[in-house]
Design a protein around this ligand. Structure first.
Ligand code: MG
Length: 167
């Protein structure tokens, strides 16, 4: 049985994963409007991934006989300045998520809830991947600078991201 504290924290984490999905959907819309189809596609895959993260927690809370509460989702920003700033925001967001998961991990540790530990270890590894993939794009954008051709090449590369590339 999950403790009340962990149940609440896992529900908050599920909410945060759905917010992430929502944020990436908003970013996908920005890239669509900028005609950067590859970036938009990458963000749509990201959106799907975040939904799958939320569902992982949904299933886990149910498996532990906990109560899932579908909470209200905050509205993400809908105006963005540039490709670079969108990706910087995505990185800042992922770092926040990492901090949340680490906090949750400490809570599970304090309560000696080993099953929740195992669940969170998956998320901790996943966050390393999340941050890495965004950092790689930011680094490419820095190299590209104001070169439109370079941006189109990167856009083409991001268009190839497979839906199941990461969990
Ligand atoms: Mg996530």
């Amino acid at each position: 049985m999950l403790s009340a504290t962990l149940e609440r924290a896992l529900n908050d984490q599920m909410n945060s994963e759905i917010y992430s999905a929502h944020l990436y959907l908003s970013m996908a819309a920005y890239f669509e409007s900028e005609n950067l189809k590859g970036f938009a596609h990458w963000m749509k895959v990201q959106h799907q991934e975040e939904i799958s993260h939320a569902m992982r927690i949904f299933d886990y809370v149910n498996d532990r006989s906990g109560h899932v509460v579908a909470q209200a989702i905050d509205q993400p920003p809908s105006e963005f300045e540039s490709t670079q700033s969108v990706m910087e925001s995505a990185l800042a967001h992922e770092r926040q998520v990492t901090a949340m998961i680490e906090e949750l991990y400490r809570e599970a540790q304090a309560q000696k809830d080993y099953a929740t530990h195992v669940l969170l270890e998956w998320f901790i590894e996943e966050q390393v991947e999340e941050e890495k993939s965004v950092i790689e794009i930011i680094e490419s954008l820095k190299l590209i600078g104001n070169d439109g051709t370079g941006l189109l090449i990167l856009d083409g590369r991001l268009a190839e991201r497979a839906a199941d590339e990461a969990a």
